[in-house]
Every structure is written in structure tokens, then in C-alpha cells.
Design a protein around this ligand. Structure first.
Ligand SMILES: Nc1ncnc2c1ncn2[C@@H]1O[C@H](COP(=O)(O)OP(=O)(O)O)[C@@H](O)[C@H]1O
Ligand SMILES: [Mg+2]
Length: 278
């Protein structure tokens, strides 16, 4: 076991709320959102596990995990029956653990095809009593079986969306996919919200896309928008979430607002669960 391997988990066990950070497009801010949302939730006292489902492992390294120290990864959870508690590693952020991924996971797509309960493998490992309040799933940039596992495991989806030309087409496609997942595998799944990322209010395209997306998705679009901010893109190279690297920067502040908006929606949900639809 390495220093990173966790020994001291908070004792009380609950089935956690599971949020998948999902968008089939790459480079839209999924990993950045997963890392900073997870950090912001742990900063307000939640016990959080970030599950890295991207073979690139950017969420793991972005939280300061050195690849050489990873003994077991999400691959072992999916294929070797390793309980998630066995693979989690501590991060520099109190109450935030990460279930790391490695390049091993790149074979998962093919191995899943012939696996038993192939759509439910992650759900089976996560929907158990765990010492976490929230599980954040960082999804790969595609709609493959790995992503399907995340959507089947999740209670809800947070969609990072970059304000670019084909954003709305991509979103419509994702909404249809979620509809199909709900019908076949996970009837309770819904879109928690859409977060606009790398927003630039001086760019007309950003503003136009924002209007379109708010028109299409209404209140599902969070008020908090994440501005394009160089401090946010620098942070991972120091192995730190932007919120820790430079809490005062506009990107970090936006992620803190996003987390509080998400928690507000979570509270509202407790009083009216039937009203949530994708
Ligand atoms: N708000 C932001 N401001 C500036 N750069 C950002 C911001 N969000 C993400 N980035 C950068 O954009 C790139 C893609 O982001 P990432 O979170 O890895 O996307 P994805 O996980 O969807 O592929 C990364 O280099 C990241 O540092
Ligand atoms: Mg990513």
C-alpha cells in the first residue's frame, strides 16, 4: 500500500447520490467540472468520491495522483470484482477520494461487450452502502459502453456544454440517448442540469448559444456559468483543483457557485422528487 491508499474512511455508510458528468464530446470541460465540483462539495462538508472512468486518467492526475502509485483502478472494479473501497485513494482535499483510472481502461469497451450484466457492472459496485454522500463520475468523451455504465449507475447527469457552434445539436443527441437509457436500463435517470463552460461574455457566439440552450432546456441550465479562465487550465499541471490552486480566480468562484446551486436543487428534490424529468 502507498501513502495514497486510504486507511481512514469516515464510518457511517449510506448509498450515495451519484452524479455523472457527461457529454459525448471531448474537451468541453467534463473533467474540469468533475474535479472542481467534487472539490467544492467536499469543501462544504460532503464526503465525496470522484470515479475516473476515462482511460486518459486526467481526473486522477488533476487531483495529484501519480500514475506510478496507482495499484488498482476502476478497471479492476469493472472486471475483477474489486470493491470500490479497495481502490480509492486520498487526495490533498479533505473528504475527497478518487477512484483512479489508468490506460488499462481503454480495453474496457471491448471487454464489456461480452461481459455479464454489461450495462450494470458499475451500478452493481456503486449502489451499495459506502462512506460517501456523493459520487461524481467523470465520463469518457463518447457514448460507448463505459459511458452507458455511468448513465445506468447514476441518479442524475450534469452536462457540461461549451458554447460553440454545434452545441445544441450535441445536446439534443445526448437528451435522446438519456431517454433511451431511461427506457431500457435506468427509469429514474434525469438531467440534473446543464452547465455552460468556457463561457466568454464578449464573444457573440457564446451569448447566442447561451440563449439557444436556455430556450431549449429552460431552468435545467444552471445560472452559474464557468468563464474561460487560464488559472482553471493551469491548475491540473500542479495536481490541484482550480478551487485549491487559486480560490479567488473567476473560474474557481464560478465552480463554487455551481456547487451551491446543485446543492439547492438537491434540497428541492427531497421535497418534490416526482417532478424531476430529463
Ligand atoms: N473554464 C475553463 N477555462 C479555461 N480552460 C478550461 C476551462 N475548462 C476547461 N479548460 C481546459 O480545456 C481543456 C478540456 O477540458 P476538460 O475538462 O479536460 O474537458 P473534457 O473532460 O470534456 O475532455 C483542458 O485543457 C482544460 O484545462
Ligand atoms: Mg475528460
Amino acid at each position: 500500500m502507498t501513502d495514497h491508499q486510504t486507511h481512514t474512511l469516515p464510518a457511517s455508510l449510506t448509498v450515495p447520490r451519484i452524479l455523472a458528468i457527461c457529454n459525448q464530446k471531448g474537451g468541453v470541460g467534463k473533467t474540469t467540472t468533475a474535479v472542481n465540483l467534487a472539490t467544492a462539495l467536499s469543501a462544504v462538508g460532503k464526503r465525496v468520491m470522484l470515479v475516473d472512468l476515462d482511460p486518459q486518467g486526467n481526473a486522477s492526475t488533476g487531483l495529484g495522483i501519480k500514475r506510478s502509485t496507482i495499484l488498482k483502478s476502476t478497471y479492476d472494479v469493472l472486471f475483477n470484482e474489486a470493491p470500490i473501497r479497495e481502490i480509492v485513494m486520498e487526495t490533498k482535499v479533505p473528504r475527497l477520494h478518487v477512484a483512479p483510472s489508468t490506460i488499462h481502461l481503454s480495453g474496457a469497451e471491448i471487454e464489456l461487450v461480452t461481459a455479464d450484466r454489461r450495462e450494470y457492472r458499475l451500478r452493481d459496485m456503486l449502489r451499495v452502502p459506502l462512506p460517501y454522500d456523493y459520487v461524481i463520475l467523470d465520463c469518457p468523451p463518447s457514448l460507448n459502453l463505459l459511458t452507458l455504465n455511468a448513465l445506468v449507475a447514476a441518479d442524475a447527469i450534469v452536462v457540461p456544454l461549451q458554447c460553440e457552434f454545434y452545441a445544441l445539436e450535441g445536446l439534443a443527441h445526448l437528451v435522446k440517448t438519456i431517454e433511451r437509457v431511461r427506457k431500457s436500463f435506468n427509469p429514474a435517470l434525469y438531467i440534473h442540469g446543464v452547465v455552460l463552460t468556457m463561457y466568454d461574455k464578449r464573444n457573440r457566439l457564446s451569448v447566442m448559444v447561451e440563449e439557444d440552450v436556455r430556450g431549449f432546456m429552460g431552468d435545467k441550465v444552471y445560472k452559474a456559468m464557468i468563464p474561460r479562465n487560464v488559472r482553471v487550465s493551469e491548475a491540473p499541471s500542479f495536481g490541484l483543483p482550480a478551487i485549491v490552486y487559486d480560490m479567488g480566480c473567476p473560474g474557481a468562484q464560478a465552480y463554487i457557485r455551481l456547487a451551491s446551486e446543485i446543492l439547492k436543487r438537491e434540497k428541492a428534490l427531497l421535497s418534490a422528487p416526482a417532478e424531476q424529468v430529463a
